[in-house]
Design a protein around this ligand. Structure first.
Ligand code: ADP
Ligand code: MG
Length: 343
């Protein structure tokens, strides 16, 4: 056989193989669901033979978690925990495990992350959107109620000081994403994208084999700051622009609190994005790094390199860790930002 003929056959064979691949990815069953849960909009898109069933079950699991963890629904377990006349309180294994995880994060971040800030966030009106600056006395009174070191979890029993209240708002959506992903995987799903109120979590790559491209929000405007290529990872952002109010003193008070002072964070961070395998960890860390600020965040990352991050500050600096630099592209509106690579 002459070489020209061999080439033709090889070309034809690869063309057929490519067409079949394209056809299979186009005809692969996919399901997309939109719903509201955990006070936000959620979207689950997955590809696979059992995609519809998988999506339904993932949505069901997220609703179950909302029913367990909501701080505002009187039927929820966390509501019951937060309104208990006395401790210890028996809770489900899920709540006990999530609280243990959050206490561990508090320990690891020297209290920047704190699951006991509910008395503070509600004092400032963030839980009912009736914002106001509390008096100094009120601020002093609630501080001891936010001391996470007083909390213990023993099997399914939680003990804390009287009046202490919990809030899983900074890690709950990431946790829900991880749970949903477990369900999708159990249904054989190898490709999925979940958008849980801006928290992006993925399984594998896109059905065509390419990586997912996600936009990173620009805290200064509507256009994305940049795009990041990911596979099998979560990308989670905490932003000070999301929920805030301007006080009578003209200052901005945001919904992310410093776990050590129980006051709204006032540093130069505009947003903190984390990238990694675990949704719950990335969610807790996005809040933690926001509180810690760029310098302490870099020190934390050097000791805990199992994730990557992007922090954007008010003076238009982007701090980005080495592990994702080559997967990140700045978009035109942000090209005048100064980029600092953390190694
Ligand atoms: P969001 O869920 O709004 O996207 P975050 O993941 O950063 O943003 O979570 C912020 C929420 O977590 C707040 O609304 C509050 O309920 C709670 N929270 C605020 N500050 C902290 C903190 N330092 N540690 C733990 N939870 C916090
Ligand atoms: Mg968070």
């Amino acid at each position: 056989m002459n070489t020209e003929k061999t080439h033709k056959i090889t070309f034809r064979a690869s063309f057929i193989a490519f067409s079949l691949l394209l056809l299979s990815s186009c005809t692969q069953k996919n399901a997309e669901t939109y719903f509201e849960s955990m006070n936000t909009f959620m979207k689950v898109r997955c590809y696979g033979a059992e995609s519809e069933k998988a999506n339904k079950e993932a949505q069901k699991r997220i609703s179950e978690l909302e029913a367990l963890l909501s701080v505002t629904k009187p039927e929820s377990e966390v509501y019951r925990l937060n309104h208990t006349p006395s401790f210890p309180v028996e809770v489900s294994e899920t709540t006990a495990n999530l609280l243990s995880f959050c206490l561990d994060m508090a320990e690891r971040t020297d209290g920047a992350f704190n699951p006991c800030l509910y008395p503070a966030t509600s004092l400032w009106g963030f839980t009912k959107t009736s914002f106001h600056i509390p008096s100094q006395k009120e601020i002093e009174n609630i501080l001891p109620l936010t001391d996470w070191k007083k909390v213990t979890v023993n099997k399914n029993y939680i003990t804390a000081a009287p009046g202490m209240m919990f809030d899983f708002g900074a890690a709950g959506k990431g946790f829900a994403g991880d749970e949903a992903i477990k369900i999708l995987k159990a249904h054989g799903i190898k490709s999925a994208l979940l958008d849980l109120g801006g928290n992006i979590q993925t399984i594998g790559v896109k059905p065509d084999g390419s990586e997912w491209t996600v936009g990173i929000k620009n805290p200064f405007g509507a256009e994305p700051l940049g795009s990041l290529c990911i596979k099998d990872e979560a990308v989670i952002t905490s932003g000070g622009y999301e929920r805030f109010f301007t006080g009578e003193d003209g200052r901005r008070y945001i919904h992310i609190f410093d776990g050590r002072t129980a006051l709204p964070v006032s540093n130069n961070v505009m947003s903190a994005t984390t990238v990694g395998k675990s949704g719950v960890l990335c969610d807790a860390l996005s809040t933690s790094l926001f509180v810690l600020g760029p310098e302490k965040a870099a020190a934390f990352w050097k000791n805990n390199p199992e994730f990557d991050y992007i922090i954007v500050t008010a003076d238009k600096k982007i701090f980005i860790t080495d592990g994702i630099v080559r997967r990140f592209s700045l978009l035109p509106p942000a090209q005048e930002f100064e980029t600092c690579i953390i190694k």
